[in-house]
Design a protein around this ligand. Structure first.
Ligand code: PAF
Length: 271
């Protein structure tokens, strides 16, 4: 555990933790605000984690701006910034541990980005150990990641609280993401269709079966400049793809697209 945090915990302080890869936007700041409301001290970490990138160009071009990030953290009154080096996070060398998350790691993001969730879980596991929080805050934009972190906490016996925070959106509905700054003006104008189609799916699900809704939305995407990687409707708890609706269960639609070279994801509870 980081010595400063250990000292604060000895003094009875409650620690909230927000892990990030920097290029902070209002979505990140909403996680920090949620932590500030529930804890005495909030720790934000910034570390662009190489092992969770399956695409070297995505890692190389991932926006990095520590100076601006620090200004934003100061302005919002975040108490502690943990800005580790690669050696701090990976003292034994830059490689992921292997986890068994019961299958959810192999679908959607896991299927499209091999090794991604082992990379995420490895870094989150390490960050949880050094920050030893009372609560950790993650955005629902990465809903599958949130489910993976929940499983990680079971596997590693972390006893603290995990909080999912609803997706923060631009005025036109585009989910906030650090990658949005890399969109060309043309693709930035096209990208709000992701949320529009999620809302349409929610609407259609009132009286159509999931397969029909999926087909309609896939067709809608094929008429745009966005290249659809997947559109899936899944059981919100298990994240298993659903073909039909069962009473008492909730369902969520998940999307991944390429807007040119930039990959964007989003999701929405639809029923
Ligand atoms: O969501 C992110 O920004 C990252 O996946 C995380 C949780 C900070 C791990 O690198």
């Amino acid at each position: 555990m980081l010595p400063y945090i250990l000292e604060q915990k000895k003094n009875g302080k409650k620690i909230g933790f927000v892990p990030t890869m920097g290029a902070l936007h209002k979505g990140h700041l909403s996680l920090i605000e949620a932590s500030q409301k529930e804890n005495d001290l909030t720790v934000c970490s910034i570390f662009v984690n190489p092992t969770q990138f399956n695409n070297p160009e995505d890692l190389e071009k991932y926006p990095r701006n520590d100076k601006e990030d620090i200004e934003k953290l100061e302005a919002i009154g975040c108490d502690i910034l943990y800005l580790p080096t690669a050696e701090d996070v990976y003292p034994g060398g830059m490689h992921s541990s292997e986890f068994d998350f019961g299958g959810i790691e192999n679908q959607m993001e896991g299927e499209c980005r091999p090794g991604h969730f082992n990379g995420v879980a490895t870094v989150v596991n390490r960050l949880f150990r050094v920050t030893s929080p009372d609560a950790a805050y993650f955005g629902e934009k990465d809903y599958q990641q949130l489910a993976i972190v929940r499983k990680l906490m079971e596997i590693e016996n972390f006893g603290f609280k995990l909080v999912g925070i609803p997706t923060f959106r631009e005025k036109d509905g585009l989910a906030m993401s650090s990658r949005n700054v890399r969109l060309s003006p043309e693709f930035r104008a096209e990208a709000p269709k992701i949320y529009q189609f999620l809302l349409k799916a929610k609407d259609l699900c009132q009286n159509q079966d999931f397969k029909t809704v999926q087909k309609t939305i896939q067709e809608d995407f094929s008429k745009t400049e966005l290249q659809l990687e997947y559109f899936k409707i899944c059981d919100q708890n298990t994240l298993v793809e659903a073909t039909s609706r069962e009473e008492g269960k909730n369902y969520r639609a998940f999307v991944a697209v390429f807007a040119g070279k930039i990959r964007l994801i989003d999701n929405l509870q639809i029923c």
